[in-house]
Design a protein around this ligand. Structure first.
Ligand SMILES: C=C(O[C@@H]1C=C(C(=O)O)C=C[C@H]1O)C(=O)O
Length: 174
């Protein structure tokens, strides 16, 4: 029993953290919908730096390693861009699948991403001890990715992105 304290029962320890990655990956659909058919490019280095600076500041407050936290957020950003490009390709090849609504990036979508940033920091802090044990972390991550892929009904594109986003959760990375 001592090996698995009640607050982290085996098999669910990383589901909240990985679930946030899935939510962020699904938000890439809204980001892509905001940009598709406009002159706004997928890649926005200024915004990326703002996301990373915000994450680093929150990491310091939470007592997390700044470098590791920034590495984690870089992966979230990379996977968002993979999904956005995949959707652009899909919508270009199949215009009938393109979104009919265009959400506003600054007022609708980015505030949601910012809320996920804060939630990520809380989950990274809550799981720091669990993630430090390499074998346990890899097992919990695999379980969490399967649960999230099913819970959020992820297709191939989003499932691949989730695996990439979950990669830096465990040691050697974090
Ligand atoms: C999500 C966006 O697209 C890209 C990905 C980002 C991210 O994942 O935070 C930030 C800027 C862009 O390079 C965005 O423009 O907000």
């Amino acid at each position: 029993a001592a090996a698995h304290p009640a607050e982290h029962p085996p098999g669910v320890g990383l589901t909240a953290l990985v679930g946030l990655s899935a939510e962020r990956i699904l938000l890439a659909d809204k980001v892509a919908a905001a940009k598709f058919g406009t002159t706004t490019p997928i890649v926005d280095p200024v915004r990326e730096q703002q996301v990373l600076d915000q994450a680093a500041a929150l990491a310091v407050q939470a007592g997390l390693d700044t470098t590791d936290t920034v590495t984690f957020f870089r992966a979230q950003i990379e996977m968002s861009k993979v999904v956005q490009q995949g959707l652009f390709d899909r919508w270009t090849a199949h215009p009938e699948q393109a979104p009919t609504e265009r959400p506003d990036l600054a007022t609708e979508v980015r505030p949601e991403l910012d809320r996920i940033t804060s939630a990520f920091i809380a989950q990274l802090a809550a799981t720091a001890k669990l993630r430090a044990t390499e074998r346990r972390c890899h097992l919990e991550r695999a379980v969490a990715v399967r649960i999230a892929a099913r819970l959020y009904d992820l297709d191939q594109l989003h499932g691949q992105a989730l695996r990439g986003a979950a990669e830096p959760v465990c040691p050697r990375h974090l």
